[in-house]
Design a protein around this ligand. Structure first.
Ligand code: CMP
Length: 136
C-alpha cells in the first residue's frame, strides 16, 4: 500500500546545494516525488509545523532557522514512505544518532542544522501535508 510523507530540505540543505543529493537518494530508494516546491516559510506555517515543540527551549531558534531562507517542500510517495524516508534521513542528532550512509550521517553535524525533515507517523504526515500542500 502506498503512503505519502512530507519531506523538507531545510534552509541549510538548500544553501549548501544539497537539494539534488536529497532527491537523488529518495529516487534511488524507489520512492516517488509527487509534488515539489521551493518556498520561503511563513512564520505561521513554521509555528504550526513545529507546534509540538512549542514549550522546548530551542523553539525560538528553530523558528528563526526554518524561516531563514528557502526550503524545498516535497510530497514523497511509495510503500511505507514515512519510515523509508526516516531511514534515509537518519536520527535527529546527526552525530550521535544518524549513522554514516544516511543523509544526516553523511552531511550534518548539528541537531538544529540537520538538513531534512520527514513526517514521523501517519498522523503527522496527514497534518503536515494539509499544512504545506492544502490543495494536494
Ligand atoms: P526535525 O526532525 O525536523 O523536528 C524538530 C527539529 O527541532 C529537529 O529536526 C531539529 O532541527 C530541532 N531540534 C531538535 N532538538 C534540538 C536541540 N536540542 N537544539 C536545537 N534544535 C533542535
Amino acid at each position: 500500500m502506498s503512503e505519502r510523507t512530507l519531506v523538507l530540505v531545510k534552509p541549510d540543505g538548500v544553501e549548501r546545494g544539497l537539494i539534488g543529493e536529497v532527491i537523488s537518494r529518495i529516487e534511488r530508494k524507489g520512492l516517488t516525488v509527487a509534488a515539489l516546491e521551493l518556498r520561503e516559510v511563513e512564520r505561521s506555517i513554521a509555528e504550526e509545523h513545529y507546534a509540538e515543540h512549542k514549550e522546548k527551549p530551542f523553539f525560538g531558534e528553530l523558528l528563526e532557522f526554518i524561516t531563514s531562507g528557502p526550503v524545498v517542500a516535497m510530497i514523497v510517495e511509495g510503500p511505507r514512505a514515512i519510515t523509508a524516508f526516516r531511514q534515509l534521513a537518519g536520527g535527529t542528532d546527526p552525530v550521535e544518532k544518524a549513522t554514516p550512509g544516511t543523509l544526516r550521517g553523511d552531511f550534518a553535524l548539528e541537531t538544529q542544522f540537520n538538513l531534512v525533515h520527514g513526517s514521523d507517523s501517519p498522523e503527522s504526515a496527514e497534518r503536515e501535508l494539509k499544512l504545506w500542500f492544502p490543495d494536494r
